[in-house]
Ligand binder design. Structure first.
Ligand code: 5RP
Length: 227
């Protein structure tokens, strides 16, 4: 089973948890995309839900799929969020933000009663931060000073897109991709980074995911949060 198929089966499995009347957090990325397609089909077949997207890109896809949308201005609680991740460990610590949507993803995650993370098997790691650079969103003002502070915590960081043509997030900010030799204490590093003036948010998600649904070469595998 190739990687694309693994993403699809994981995402579609997660949509089986959706029930009529739910407010749904709609994730960003190539795996969450398959969930959006499936939710679109379910809505066409009469499912009554409202989605809250985690990025402008997801909003556009959701509109194309006919998924009714709203926002956190209207709803303070989200029943269920289905989102992807870039790296996942056995404690359900995550790295997110490969699609540059980490700020909105974390806000939506924080407002969600239940979070299902959908990944292919390449995303599973012993310790997060070993195979994927941690995205950190920073404001443009004084970004070089912010990067110098961030570099005291990681090995090195790169401005996503490069200094000449940096990627601009949906929130108008830059992303630093920060390299580590693993992040054994993710909660600590998450706080350390967020204490730096100029850092908006980082892609470490701790104690947020309830279940990880993994598409593998032999089918679906699950990892659950223990507490
Ligand atoms: C976007 C994200 C994505 O969920 C993450 O990058 C996974 O994406 P993909 O499913 O395309 O590998 O965090 O900010």
């Amino acid at each position: 089973m190739n990687r694309e198929h693994q993403k699809k089966i994981a995402a579609e499995k997660a949509t089986e948890e959706i029930q009529d009347g739910m407010i749904l957090g709609l994730g960003t990325g190539s795996t969450a995309y398959y969930a959006l397609l499936k939710i679109g089909q379910m809505v066409k077949n009469g499912l009554d839900i409202i989605g809250i997207p985690t990025s402008d890109g997801t909003e556009k896809i959701a509109v194309e799929q006919g998924i009714p949308l709203s926002s956190l201005s209207v709803y303070s609680k989200i029943d269920l969020t289905i989102d992807g991740a870039d790296e996942v460990d056995a404690h359900l610590n995550l790295i997110k933000g490969g699609g540059a949507a980490l700020v909105r993803e974390k806000i939506i995650a924080n407002a969600s009663q239940r979070i299902l993370i959908v990944v292919d098997e390449s995303k599973v790691s012993h310790i997060i931060g070993t195979s994927f650079a941690l995205p950190v969103e920073i404001v443009k003002f004084g970004w070089e000073a912010t990067q110098r502070e961030v570099n005291k915590i990681c090995k090195r960081s790169d401005v996503r897109g490069g200094i000449v043509n940096p990627l601009i997030t949906d929130n108008g900010n830059y992303i630093l991709d920060c390299h580590f030799d693993g992040i054994p204490k993710p909660e600590f590093v998450e706080q350390q980074l967020n204490n730096i003036p100029g850092v908006v948010e980082n892609g470490i998600f701790v104690k947020l995911a309830d279940q990880v649904i993994i598409g593998t070469s032999t089918g679906i595998r699950y990892m659950e949060r223990s507490q």
